[in-house]
Design a protein around this ligand. Structure first.
Ligand code: PEP
Ligand code: MN
Length: 678
């Protein structure tokens, strides 16, 4: 090397050191500003005017010095984006990290894979504790470790601008009740890397992840002398070169990876598309609060109800409030062929009134809607600075939705207008619509014959849903406790044979998934109305829930219990009045008929009445049922038995087949007064 070259290089090294030191000082000042903004919540996080001025000043100084304003501007853009992220860390003054000495983040792939690099980028500013990246062979393994509490987060790719969505990530979000807490955008810039001293023309094998190979088709087609080899990740392909020491093999990976491993970059820009970006989502076990001043995105998972135009209505609820959807993904539901779930990403914070209202509106057209999270919106270019002004809707009154009651059922004070009625689909049957629905069946499932006979009775009488308890909550442990899972199977078998959807009670959280997989609806009994663990689990499933009022529960407590289910995303809740404990002993419980109009005044959810458990005696069931219909209930839940004398449970209150037929006939004119049919 000539003396001159060495001197020039030394000068550059020394200048670089100064540049980095200056960037470090600039970031330190940005931190100070972040701290001020954190303490003064009235200050805007971004000041687009100020950013524009800084940008213009840089361009001017660059041009005065004979430099390209464009290239210098790009350097500034990176610095500003770094500063903004550093400032974010100061917004949540109370957050003291996650309580762990390090933040364990799982990712798929090896060290230096794109996922690893994205994790390092995201955590360069996100946490106050050090990042401990944990490598996993598969997405699922990373999520399993997160669920098991071995990680604080998992960072998984969710979409790529060329390859599209990564279905497996959506599947995992569906399988587990997790939250999206952040996102990261990684610009994928593939290069061809080889061992030091290797030469492009002497490369015979090019290895990489199949998707990366796919993305470099044009380059590979030209390199006719080389064959390709699939590897499970780009960084592992690069590492294998080092292990093998063969200069005839090269890898397609990121330039960062090549540098980290000491490989030579043989060629840059080998991808077909220059703009190749991957979006990653940071998944945590619980949602995390985020400052409303940040530019945010909110992700939703929803299942439509089967009304015509439901999807259009949902989209309209966002469009009407000028909310920008950034992604709409549909995923099949393997348990219900030809039905789909949707994942919606929109720009905005879930607490922004416009977003909250749009979600509340959209909810009415869904069977299930869960907010996966609100998180900072990444990857914004300087020249796409969003307006930080909050979006207000034409009808936005600034009210925040009440959080302790179902959205579809926002509590109305007397002054407010009546809530819109929500219908709930149970199998093929609609509750809360134009028909009054009778659910009938035995207290407990006893045997196959009994269930087949009951299904026939139910269907012949014109009742539309069958009940039957398999897991029985009995006051005395000596009483018949139900047939358990076998009872569920007998109920479902009879229901299928007679084409009537079925509902059964679940007592334990552990049984929810198994029962929900076969039954059309799940009942929460009076004794479990405040079993919050059970309610929370029921909030995560895509099955309607019949929630019975507790023996000593107020109407307010019933609504709050319903909110546990709807808050989890499941908005198919049917409320059931079944009598409460009072000083009166002449009846088993006192049927509180007034709860029906009160509930209908305060919630949009369907309200049904169980006169059987209130009455306790057969001859009282019919008059109470008629009263329920008269006060505007949406349906009934009654106990019938082919042979009440032999019933193993609640025989004295069970109706016979004839009783049920007679009740149905008497209901008809009463429900007609509410404009309904049976
Ligand atoms: C039932 O419906 O079988 C039942 C046990 O009712 P409740 O929970 O209302 O007592
Ligand atoms: Mn019973």
């Amino acid at each position: 090397m000539t003396q001159k070259l060495q001197t020039d290089r030394d000068a550059i090294d020394s200048i670089d050191q100064q540049i980095v030191a200056l960037i470090s000082q600039r970031i330190a000042s940005a931190r100070q500003i972040g701290s001020t903004k954190g303490k003064h919540t009235d200050l805007a996080i971004r000041d687009p005017k100020r950013e524009r001025e800084v940008y213009d000043r840089w361009a001017r100084i660059a041009e005065q010095n004979g430099l390209s304003g464009y290239y210098v501007g790009r350097v500034l853009r990176e610095i500003l984006s770094y500063s903004r992220r550093v400032q974010e860390g100061y917004l949540d003054q109370d957050a003291s990290g996650n309580g762990h000495p390090v933040t364990r983040v799982g990712y798929q792939g090896t060290v230096n894979s794109y996922s690893f690099l994205a994790a390092k980028k995201l955590f360069s500013h996100r946490e106050k504790t050090a990042l401990e990246p944990n490598s996993f062979r598969t997405f699922r393994a990373a999520i399993d470790a997160l669920v098991a509490g071995e990680l604080e987060y998992a960072l998984l790719p969710i979409e790529n601008t060329i390859a599209g969505s990564l279905n497996e990530t959506y599947e995992l979000l569906k399988e587990h009740d997790l939250a999206i807490v952040d996102e990261e955008i990684w610009p994928v810039e593939h290069c061809l890397a080889g061992l030091p001293g290797s030469n492009l023309n002497e490369i015979f094998t090019i290895r990489s992840h199949p998707v990366a190979l796919q993305q470099c088709q044009t380059f590979l087609a030209r390199a006719t002398w080389a064959s390709t080899e699939a590897f499970y990740d780009t960084a592992a392909a690069a590492e294998s070169l080092m292990a093998e020491g063969n200069k005839a093999v090269a890898a397609i990976c990121s330039e960062e990876c090549a540098h980290a491993l000491g490989l030579d970059v043989l060629q840059r820009g080998v991808a077909d598309q220059p703009h190749n970006q991957t979006r990653f989502v940071l998944i945590g076990r619980d949602p995390e609060p985020i400052d409303q001043r940040l530019s945010c995105k909110t992700s939703l998972r929803l299942a439509l109800n089967h009304r015509e135009g439901a999807l259009a209505e949902i989209l309209q609820s966002f469009a009407a409030r000028k909310l920008n959807l950034t992604k709409l993904e549909s995923r099949p539901k393997p348990e219900s062929p030809w039905e789909y779930e949707f994942y919606v990403d929109l720009v905005g914070h879930q607490d922004d009134p416009a977003v909250a209202e749009a979600i509340a509106d959209a909810r009415a057209h869904t069977n299930y809607l869960r907010i996966l999270g609100t998180y900072p919106r990444r990857g914004l270019e300087l020249d796409q600075i969003p307006s930080t002004a909050p979006v207000h809707t034409a009808n936005g009154n600034g009210d925040s939705p009440e959080s302790n009651v179902p959205m579809t059922a926002a509590v109305s004070t007397r002054e407010r207008k009546l809530p819109d009625r929500t219908t709930v689909q149970l199998g093929s049957v609609e509750f809360g619509g134009s028909r009054f629905v009778v659910i009938a069946g035995p207290c407990a499932v006893e045997n196959r014959r009994q269930m087949l006979d009951t299904a026939q009775i139910v269907r012949d009488a014109g009742a539309r849903v069958m009940r039957g308890g398999a897991y029985k909550p009995r006051t005395s442990h000596d009483s018949f406790q139900g047939l358990g899972w076998q009872g569920v199977e007998l109920l479902v078998e009879a229901g299928r044979a007679y084409e009537v959807p079925v509902v059964t009670e679940v007592l334990r959280t552990e049984d929810v998934d198994r029962v929900a997989a076969v039954a059309d609806a799940i009942q929460v009994g009076a004794r479990n109305m405040q079993n919050y663990a059970l309610l929370r689990t029921l909030g995560t499933i895509d099955r309607p829930i019949i929630l019975k009022r507790g023996l000593s529960a107020t109407i307010d407590e019933l609504l709050k219990a319903a909110a546990y289910i709807t808050a989890g995303g499941n908005n198919r809740v049917i409320l059931c009045e079944r009598g409460i404990r009072t000083f009166e002993t002449a009846t088993r419980s006192t049927l509180d008929v007034s709860s029906v109009p009160v509930l209908r005044h305060r919630t949009g959810l369907p309200v049904i009445v169980d006169p059987s458990h209130a009455a306790g005696e057969r001859h009282l069931v019919e008059p109470l049922a008629l009263a329920a219909a008269a006060v505007g209930a949406d349906g009934l839940l009654v106990e019938v038995h082919a042979n009440p004398e032999e019933a193993l449970c609640d025989g004295p209150q069970a109706m016979t087949a004839d009783d049920l037929k007679s009740l149905m006939a008497k209901l008809e004119p009463i429900v007609a007064t509410h404009g309904r049919t049976l």
